[in-house]
Design a binder for this molecule. Sequence first.
Ligand code: AMP
Ligand code: MG
Length: 337
Amino acid sequence: MQKRAFVLIFICLLLAGCGKRPDETPHRRTVFAMDTVMNLTVYGENGDKALDAAEQDLRRLDALLARGAETSAVHTLNQYGFAEDEETAALLEKAGEISAATGGAFDATLGKVLDLWGFGSGAGDYRVPPDAELDAALAAVGMERVFVDGEEIRLAAFTEVDLGGIVKGYACERMFDRMKENGVVTAVFDLGGDVALWGGKSDGPWRVAIKDPADEGAFLGILETDGGRFIMTSGVYERYFEENGARYHHILDPKTGRPADSDLVSATVVCQNGIWADALATACCVVGADGALALRERLADTMPFDLILITDDARALYTCEGFAPETNNGYAYEKVA
Ligand code: AMP
Ligand code: MG
């Protein structure tokens, strides 16, 4: 059910020719985890070993953090209001930091509200919840309701966490660790359109095609970037249902408990930190174009990032220096300082 409508970004490895050195054999693997088809490519002689480690990490994190998996720390936490796990605790602390930095637009305690809409675990029973139910579930939302002490996590009554907006960015960070351990120089991970670039290429910068959210076969432009970057996209078209002619999507505004009603169709974040990139993309869809640009300014010193924003009136706002827009595709492009 969480399958994305379509992959948003694809990697232009072919375009760039990959600059192969004799020792740079590509090792490829497709993994299905976190409800996503993931394509991992690692170059060089340790490729297969590094891929084994990366895949293991993906499966481990899926089992640890998925709300639906009965084995998961998050499931235990939501069920009993208490769990003990160092990694989950650290991730929730990070989520709290990001929530504060985004004025609450990113909130990892939306679990119950997501369930009401049918976007939660075991998803599929989509419906528009009655106001009374929403209000009750909203009362249990807020990162101040999560208490972390070392590896112990406690939740205030009725609160449930959902890490769906952050797990892939986190998983990419962990896979970078595996690349480092295995001495890998170049790798690229495509997690259903969210992309992480490890290291450099011998023939210059990476070239990543950013897909057009409105047209599966087209792209918005080519982003030239260094390695060590996470390019994460959130979009309101990724998961939604329709009822009585209205469309309801899966990115919720934590203030209302309803699908975010901003002017953005999608937000792509380019950042050197995977967790932040993932969370910020989600948050930007909540706060809208002006809010996203203001957030970027506010975080310029602590967590610099770039944006490519698509608005519902077909404007494409971007801050990246290395972005070359595609022409004649109906978008009004605007480079923002
Ligand atoms: P992403 O595709 O990274 O934007 O993540 C979307 C997922 O994040 C949803 O399926 C929910 O699990 C969760 N989510 C939805 N709205 C929010 C929000 N405002 N803050 C944090 N997580 C959210
Ligand atoms: Mg996200």
